[in-house]
Design a protein around this ligand. Structure first.
Ligand SMILES: NC(=O)c1ccc[n+]([C@@H]2O[C@H](COP(=O)([O-])OP(=O)(O)OC[C@H]3O[C@@H](n4cnc5c(N)ncnc54)[C@H](O)[C@@H]3O)[C@@H](O)[C@H]2O)c1
Length: 246
């Protein structure tokens, strides 16, 4: 059982892509720390099950839809009166490189991973500004820290890093913090979908010699959502067992 400090007591936290993988783990961890969790995803059945487990609410939210963002943010504020935290976690991975590029795939990845984060930040910012407080955590990747074969994925994750810095600069005066997290090899469907050989190759290159559980990324997310990170904005937390040091 994780430590449950109550460090998110009564905070309202919206997490995208929370039906499975890291998002679902973060929903559970946030609830354990006392948060009221809005579980958002497009996989409705899985998302509703996670919401029931954490005693939260489920919202169908395709992060690429500005209209759905408007509706979900309005519904959460109507129900709970505020939004303290947003975790822009939803993401997809397509492996096309510059050598086997596919323009439709490029657009799709950018649409979800980059435009989705942009819509998330712009949708909650007015509420957080009005509150005079808030924490936005954007999930990038080690693919946003260095060159990476999957070109659309890398482009989108570098963009998340850049947008995080831009938003942190603009929202700092309003006491709204914006930070990015850069996971390495994390044991979710996204990693398993690479195929056994590619996943093993990736894990072999990790100095700590292993992949990570979703909760190990979640711990960094909980920290950034909490008041323990009260003076941190525009920071980039790498959670990769040392992968980018090589
Ligand atoms: N697993 C890894 O090794 C790894 C490494 C670095 C970064 N990441 C990033 O971590 C985040 C979480 O990924 P994960 O590993 O849990 O993968 P995952 O595939 O298990 O989960 C991704 C979730 O996002 C949801 N999603 C996809 N498209 C969506 C959309 N348009 N609108 C709303 N939800 C959508 C999916 O339904 C799913 O529940 C992603 O941003 C991913 O890029 C993962």
């Amino acid at each position: 059982m994780a430590d449950t400090t109550g460090k998110l007591d009564d905070k309202v936290v919206l997490i995208t892509g929370a039906a499975r993988g890291q998002g679902a783990a973060e929903a559970r961890q946030a609830a354990e720390h006392g948060a009221i969790v809005a579980v958002c995803d497009i996989r409705d059945e899985l998302g509703e099950a996670v919401a029931a487990e954490v005693d939260g609410s489920y919202y169908h939210l395709d992060v690429t839809s500005a209209g759905q963002w408007r509706e979900v943010v309005a519904a959460v504020v109507e129900t709970h009166g505020k939004i303290d935290g947003l975790v822009n976690n939803a993401g997809i991975y397509l492996g096309d490189t510059v050598l086997d590029a596919n323009e439709d795939n490029f657009r799709r990845v950018v649409e979800v991973n980059q435009h989705g984060v942009y819509l998330g930040m712009t949708s909650v910012a007015p509420t957080m500004i009005e509150q005079g407080a808030g924490s936005i955590v954007n999930i990038s990747s080690i693919a946003g820290m260095r060159g990476y074969g999957a070109i659309a994925y890398a482009a989108s994750k570098w963009a998340v890093r850049g947008m995080t810095q831009s938003a942190a600069a603009m929202l700092g005066p309003h006491n709204v913090r914006v930070n990015s997290i850069h996971p390495g090899a994390i044991e979710t469907d996204m990693l398993f979908d690479l195929g056994e050989a590619a996943a093993e190759r990736l894990v072999r290159s990790v100095p700590m010699g292993r992949s990570a559980k979703s909760e190990e990324v979640g711990a960094a997310v909980m920290f950034l959502l909490s008041d323990e990170a009260s003076y941190m904005t525009g920071s980039e937390l790498v959670v990769d067992g040392g992968l980018i040091t090589r």
